[in-house]
Design a protein around this ligand. Structure first.
Ligand SMILES: Nc1nc2c(ncn2[C@@H]2O[C@H](COP(=O)(O)OP(=O)(O)OP(=O)(O)O)[C@@H](O)[C@H]2O)c(=O)[nH]1
Ligand SMILES: [Zn+2]
Length: 367
């Protein structure tokens, strides 16, 4: 840390992200100009009127995934900007942003996207990254802000680089904080090791280490993405609970191995957004369609953090307990040698049959 307490790039990004979550604007600075950015799902009528009173065009920025759902022509990569006109009401914004009621009303619109959004596009892309990190829907209200605008005094300002740096610190800064004995049903000789990023307010992740790890051979490893509903509540909608317990049981039987319990709930979109996806699944969309409709990618996880934890535990070669070839490729891309794949398949139930079929058909899972 420098000799002052001046906020670092990461602190700026995180403070701005917290303001977005509260429904306040932040400034995103890109090379073509500065933009006022707000999380669209948090906008209320007072905020919208204040923005309308300002000079300068007001846009609704949507991800390409959400734009496709709304059949909006994509003139720009990474973000689609729709002008908010005086006729656009809060209801229209809510309908464009949140798919919860897509089926209750025919598509609003037509929405006409800006053909050449220029720097606003770059600001939107950085804003999406910030919103996703804060587990908000990636949809923004966006308006240029001048260098001499008095409003600036009250607002936090971030650059696209700040946002990227915060995301990187979430895994590059990951460090071991504590390790404790944790006798388990499946293996009495287990320990739990806690990790937390040093320089960001990013998530905590945990390694459950069973037995004595012999790193000269490939180690039996499971990367398990947190699933509150499946792991804890015994939800029948997915296969997470049986996979977690199955992995621990298998590792217990072999006598040694590691489960990484990663805070990547909902394939990285967060629990609340996963429940939004479940609400869409109640309306007939599958797990992949639901993510896309919400404006997210199909899988928002990254594997660098798992690789970092494995390296910290001295592990460079693994046999991976998974049905997901994407996990094998993701871990290999991060420099961990996956020398074998060990399937983790359980009998489906009537509630997760479709989910498992979708995984096999659309995300290449092997069952
Ligand atoms: N967004 C979203 N996430 C889901 C849904 N169902 C389960 N999940 C999440 O998906 C993650 C499950 O990931 P994993 O158990 O690693 O499963 P996987 O990527 O299919 O791969 P393997 O289980 O290793 O074969 C958990 O974080 C769940 O919360 C869903 O319908 N939508
Ligand atoms: Zn699950």
């Amino acid at each position: 840390m420098s000799d002052s307490f001046k906020p670092t790039a990461i602190a700026r990004a995180e403070r701005a992200g917290a303001d977005l979550r509260r429904g306040l604007p932040a400034i995103v600075a890109v090379s073509g100009g500065d933009f006022l950015v707000l999380a669209a799902e948090k906008a209320d009528s007072a905020t919208l009127s204040r923005l309308r009173e300002r000079t300068g065009p007001l846009f609704l920025a949507l991800t390409p995934e959400r734009a496709d759902t709304l059949k909006i022509r994509r003139y720009s990569e990474g973000a689609v900007l729709v002008p908010v006109t005086p006729e656009t009401g809060l209801d229209d914004i809510a309908a464009a942003v949140d798919p919860a009621d897509d089926l209750d009303h025919p598509l609003k619109g037509p929405y006409l996207a800006e053909r050449d959004p220029g720097a606003a596009r770059d600001a939107a892309v950085a804003g999406f990254a910030l919103a996703k990190r804060m587990r908000l829907l990636p949809a923004l209200l966006l308006q240029p802000i001048a260098q001499d605008d008095p409003l600036r005094a009250d607002l936090l300002s971030v650059s696209a680089g700040d946002v990227a740096e915060a995301a990187r610190e979430d895994w590059e800064g990951l460090e071991r904080v504590v390790s404790a004995r944790l006798p388990l049903d499946a293996a009495e000789n287990a320990r739990i090791v806690a990790y937390r990023p040093h320089g960001s307010a990013g998530q905590e992740h945990f390694a459950i280490v069973v037995g004595d790890i012999d790193a000269s051979k490939p180690v039996l490893v499971r990367l398990h993405s947190e699933c509150f509903t499946g792991d804890l509540l015994g939800s029948l909608k997915c296969d997470c609970g049986p996979q977690l317990r199955g992995a621990l049981a298998r590792i217990g039987r072999e006598g040694a191995g590691i489960v990484l319990y990663l805070a990547q709930e909902g394939r990285g979109i967060g629990l609340l957004n996963k429940l939004r996806a479940y609400h869409l699944q109640d309306q007939g969309f599958d797990t992949v369609e639901a993510n896309v409709r919400l404006g997210f990618g199909i899988d928002e996880r990254h594997f660098a953090l798992a690789a970092r934890m494995l390296r910290d535990l001295g592990v460079a070669r693994v046999r991976l307990l998974t049905n997901n070839p994407g996990k094998v490729a993701g871990l290999e891309a991060e420099g961990i040698a996956v020398e074998g794949r060990v399937p983790l398949v359980f009998t489906p139930n009537p509630h997760n049959e479709d989910y498992l079929r979708t995984k096999a058909l659309k995300t290449g899972h092997l069952f």
